[in-house]
Design a protein around this ligand. Structure first.
Ligand code: HMG
Ligand code: MG
Length: 301
């Protein structure tokens, strides 16, 4: 299969990244992060989550963040909504796009959202209805597509079933999450071949955590399978609070560098992205998880 000319990146650092950072940022700092990412040319930014603040305290006050970011025309700003309450709060805060999230494994579904997979899909029905009535776009996530921290192996057919259900409910795209970063390219290709039999590849995105250092190579494998949308996190921030040991998403800078080098457009300005990356790492007092950012920053010294 030929490679795409353009890849759409979904920047999940302000959500997937910050939700698992020990240090909690202020609303003003979270807003500045989103604005810096907008300035770097990201076309889609996940700004926060409307989940229980008891479960994920880092994402409390996402309404205040969403309400005060500087929206650039043409840029999509979305938030996670696990249930109707989340969607109603998101709408009140000015959300125009949301994401629902299910799991391909029962163990993770219970730990993450406290219900079975089928209950979660039932819970999304009124969410999808209200979103449709408001003309809002809804993205879907499926977690644990290449393995589960609780159940172990996950069958690609199960991923295909949950993905197909989310699309049938009205999600415009399903992002396949390797939540614990265990996948390797052969497994990624096998997964996409299987899911691709039930779901058009143009409606699939890749969401690779980099726990075992395989994310970039999995992205390349997914590109070869016709996927042209990838989620990534500035500086490789984050992880998942309900998947112990899970490290951050693949770093956005590393993905941009890879794609640029392959002649694939992303619309992102790498220099500005690295500036944002350096800024957020200083704020969080953490090492930069992006190899590309580290290399470029070392050259600038
Ligand atoms: P529950 O306890 O089963 O639900 O939680 P509940 O309806 O009994 O409500 C419990 C409490 O939460 C109540 O408050 C509700 O009012 C409140 P209390 O009486 O205890 O004070 N509540 C809410 N508060 C704010 N916003 C809401 C909301 N709904 C209920 N929308 C629930 C169910 C889904 C709420 C909970 O399990 C939860 O919030 N989980 C957080 C899940 C999460 O954010 N996980 C991380 C994101 S997913 C991820 O990272 C994976 C992804 O990146 C892809 C990948 O990598 O695989 C997307
Ligand atoms: Mg994730």
């Amino acid at each position: 299969m030929s490679l795409p000319e353009h890849v759409r990146l979904v920047e999940v650092g302000p959500r997937d990244g910050l939700q698992n950072e020990a240090q909690h940022l202020s609303v003003a700092q979270r807003i500045e992060l989103v604005d810096r990412l907008t300035a770097a040319g990201l076309g889609h930014i996940e700004v926060g989550s409307f989940v229980s603040p008891r479960w994920v305290p880092q994402m409390a006050d996402s309404a205040a963040v969403l309400a005060a970011i500087t929206r650039q025309p043409g840029v999509r700003y979305s938030v996670l909504t696990p249930n109707l309450r989340g969607l109603e709060d998101a709408i009140a805060a000015g959300a125009r796009e949301v994401a629902v999230f299910a799991s391909a494994s029962e163990g993770f579904s219970w730990r993450n959202i406290n219900c079975s997979i089928s209950e979660s899909l039932q819970r999304f029905v009124p969410v999808m209805e209200l979103a449709a009535a408001r003309g809002m776009a809804v993205r879907g996530y499926v977690s644990c597509v290449l393995g589960c921290p609780y159940d172990g192996t996950v069958a690609p057919e199960q991923v295909a079933t949950v993905s197909a259900e989310l699309l049938a409910m009205g999600c415009y795209e399903v992002s396949l999450g390797d939540t614990i970063g265990v996948g390797v390219p052969s497994a990624t290709r096998h997964l996409l071949e299987t899911v691709g039999q039930r779901v058009p590849r143009q409606q699939l995105a890749g969401h690779f955590h980099d726990t075992y250092g395989q994310a970039l190579t999995n992205i390349y494998a997914a590109l070869l399978e016709g996927v042209a949308v990838f989620d990534s996190s500035v500086a490789g921030l984050g992880g998942c609070p309900y998947a112990r040991g899970a490290s951050g998403n693949v770093a956005s800078e590393d993905v941009v560098y890879l794609l640029q080098g392959m002649g694939i457009r992303t619309g992102v300005e790498l220099t500005k992205l690295v500036e944002a990356s350096h800024w957020i790492c200083q704020l969080l007092r953490r090492d930069n998880g992006s190899r590309v950012a580290r290399a470029l920053l070392a050259r600038a010294d």
